[in-house]
Design a protein around this ligand. Structure first.
Ligand SMILES: C[S@@+](CC[C@H](N)C(=O)[O-])C[C@H]1O[C@@H](n2cnc3c(N)ncnc32)[C@H](O)[C@@H]1O
Length: 427
């Protein structure tokens, strides 16, 4: 059996992909993973696994170099019950007053506005949809180009956006005005909460789900599903990781029972299929899942959902390193395994957190979405636009086009440990 892996499945550590576009035999994948495992054994020494895990898996205490950010984090700790969850910490690290986005110009904007306007207008026309809602539109380049193109074809659409960065929200509004497109602007909001979508729509999420900070799940004894989450305290510039047990989690309105994470807004994520080794971490953005679930629940039937994003390879079953560590867009080796350094340089790194590809497809299935197409990003944009379908440059990214056939309101999701070789059985 030959399986088409997503491009990211075969990435080398430097982000390049030696088998881009190739069809790869699972046996070959197995051998590559095995060699990778052997290489890591050479570094850590398998007999020394316990020593290695103690070093690598211990809770961190690190001095933050950016003192203003450290103070901001300390104040947030005081405000939010003396400690932060990891996602609360990263939210400030990225979007806070002294976080990455306030002090840097590079926001990770992509080339989607060159590839997708034509394709999106074709989809709108085909499915007779006149509303587009973008989650994480950034500076709104894709929105403007798509609306202009639709207007040229006589398709009058309304565009709405949900964008967390306020300067982008202002920029989008100004641009719609400047280009006399104010008629096409429906709303622009900072959060999905309480948004009502009346008419069937095309929801576009381009490189935004993987920008939503993860939490860290782990267990501390036997290999089992996660029993704890990691928390962060900051005092006098020193960041410390702490273990959040049931009682501390309760203070954040979270329960973690038999591997099932639940927030007081009702969203449940079942992680009991993840057999983590003691102190092995799973970084998972339950917030991204919450947003996805919220958006899908809010969309009327027959709406389209287009997700363009970077994904990551399924871990081999013997993986003993942390799972789903944050990636840094501006570093050569994107996976940031050096967590001490990552904390020390807080506020200086443009982080993102891709999902495991097959687990993600599985989630779309659980949300009762019909996946119409999934393929490498540029190739799919070309195909839908009717352009000659050449395979794009080596890329780590995929697009998934799905349709909401039935009205559902789902709040519980199983996030399965992905397994590429028999993923088809699970889909
Ligand atoms: C990598 S940029 C991609 C921007 C644009 N869609 C593109 O493809 O060029 C991610 C965008 O998602 C936004 N974002 C991140 N978290 C968000 C959230 N929770 N709600 C809304 N937008 C969010 C960021 O502010 C940023 O504009």
């Amino acid at each position: 059996m030959w399986v088409r892996f997503p491009p990211s499945a075969l990435n080398k550590v430097d982000g390049s992909n030696p088998f881009e576009g190739a069809f790869v035999c699972p046996m070959k994948k197995f051998i590559l993973d095995f060699l990778e495992f052997k290489k890591s054994q050479l570094i850590s020494g398998d007999k020394n696994y316990l020593k290695f895990s103690k070093e690598n898996f211990k809770l961190k205490t690190v001095e933050i170099k950016n003192k203003k950010l450290a103070l901001e984090l300390e104040k947030e700790c005081d405000k939010l019950g003396r400690f932060l969850t990891y996602s609360e910490f990263l939210n400030i690290d990225q979007f806070g007053e002294y976080g990455y986005h306030k002090s840097h110009k590079d926001h990770g904007m992509t080339g989607v506005s060159n590839r997708w306007p034509e394709a999106i207008v074709k989809l709108l026309a085909k499915y007779q949809i006149y509303n587009m809602i973008e989650f994480g539109p950034g500076n709104g380049k894709l929105a403007l180009k798509t609306v202009k193109k639709a207007n040229e074809r006589g398709i009058k659409i309304k565009w709405s956006g949900v964008e967390i960065i306020d300067s982008f929200r202002r920029e989008i509004k100004e641009n719609f005005k400047k280009h006399n497109l104010y008629y096409n602007l429906n709303f622009i909001s900072d959060t999905l909460t309480e948004i009502k979508i009346q008419d069937k729509s095309a929801a576009v999420l381009s490189y935004s789900l993987d920008s939503i900070p993860p939490d860290i799940f782990l267990n501390i004894r036997d290999s089992t599903f996660p029993t704890h989450m990691l928390g962060i305290t900051v005092k006098n510039g020193i960041l410390k990781e702490i273990l959040l047990d049931k009682s501390l989690l309760k203070r954040k309105n979270i329960t973690l029972k038999k591997g099932v994470y639940q927030k007081n807004n009702g969203v449940k994520v079942n992680l009991n299929n993840w057999n983590l080794k003691p102190y092995q971490r799973l970084f998972l953005s339950t917030l991204a899942l919450e947003n996805l679930i919220g958006l899908v629940n809010a969309l009327p039937e027959k709406s389209l959902i287009l997700i363009i994003d970077e994904f990551r390879v399924s871990p081999p079953f013997w993986e003993f390193n942390h799972l789903g560590v944050p990636r840094d867009l501006n570093t050569y080796r994107r996976d940031r395994f050096d967590l001490d350094n990552l904390y020390a340089t807080s506020g200086e790194n443009l982080l993102y957190y891709p999902f495991y590809y097959f687990s993600f497809l599985n989630i779309l299935k659980q949300l009762e979405l019909d996946v119409l197409k999934n393929d490498e990003e540029e190739k799919m944009a070309n195909e839908i636009s009717g352009k000659k379908s050449k395979r794009g440059k080596p890329s780590l990214t995929y697009s998934i086009l799905a349709i909401k056939k039935i009205k559902i309101n789902k709040n519980k999701i199983d996030y399965f440990l992905p397994n590429e070789i028999n993923y088809k059985d699970k889909l």
